[in-house]
Design a protein around this ligand. Structure first.
Ligand SMILES: O=C(O)[C@@H](CO)OP(=O)(O)O
Length: 224
């Protein structure tokens, strides 16, 4: 049985300001750093073999900060794969490999692209377009915000990445940490939990809270 932990990054400076973020690369807020550390303490006993993050700094920071609290005391090292999962162990000698956890960054795990809403305050946007329209843009499955991705579009990049790149690691018996974003993780959780388009409307993923899954008998399911 292998373990899969999904974690949404800690609070970012734009989460704090209530601004649509999407692909804008903003860092964690002070509270976000604390959340990442607390999450790391909660998963401190899990020996991770591999970490996947988006290419966005808030997700990378969260994984790195969380690993600072890990009992393994291994150093997470970003691996540059040029698009493929390289035989990373060839880069490091045996002694180093034992103390290192490879971190793969990939844009397929990036937050949903929010188009014209990026940089706009969420409350002000709701005043202009109405609460209901903004809620549909934020949480529906197939209604895209202006010039942005809907969750279905996001799933078209996250799910192939999950099945082709992350799942084989679980199948190989590796414990995997994925640090990503509210909506990129909503699409993955929708897939794993088998949620309907209606059910996903209500799915909220809080910042800095580890979600526990396990791979057993050929399937990924919730561990608690
Ligand atoms: O701004 C964003 O990119 C996301 C995540 O913070 O917002 P929302 O929760 O509205 O989808």
């Amino acid at each position: 049985m292998s373990k899969l932990i999904l974690i949404r990054h800690g609070q970012s400076v734009w989460n704090k300001k209530n601004v649509f973020t999407g692909w804008v690369d903003v860092p964690l807020s002070r509270e976000g750093v604390d959340e990442a550390l607390k999450a790391g303490e909660q998963i401190a006993g899990i020996e991770f073999d591999v970490i996947f993050t988006s290419v966005q700094i808030r997700a990378i920071e969260t994984a790195m900060i969380a690993m600072a609290a890990n009992n393994s005391q291994k150093t997470p090292v970003v691996i540059h794969t040029e698009g493929k999962m390289a035989e990373w162990t060839t880069i490091y000698n045996d002694a180093m490999s034992r103390n290192v956890i490879p971190v793969y960054r990939d844009w397929h795990l990036n937050e949903r692209y929010y188009g014209e809403l990026q940089g706009k305050n969420k409350a002000e946007t709701a005043e202009v377009y109405g609460e209901e329209q903004v809620h549909i843009w934020r949480r529906s499955y197939d209604v895209a915000p202006p010039a942005g991705e809907c969750l279905k579009d996001t799933a078209e990049r996250t799910i192939p990445f999950f099945t082709e790149t992350i799942l084989p690691q679980l199948q190989a018996g590796k414990n995997v940490l994925v640090s990503a974003h509210g909506n990129s993780l909503r699409s993955i959780v929708m897939h794993i939990d088998g949620l309907s388009e209606e059910e996903v409307l209500k799915l909220e993923i809080p910042t800095g809270v580890p979600l526990y899954f396990e791979y057993k008998d050929g399937v990924v399911k919730r561990a608690m």
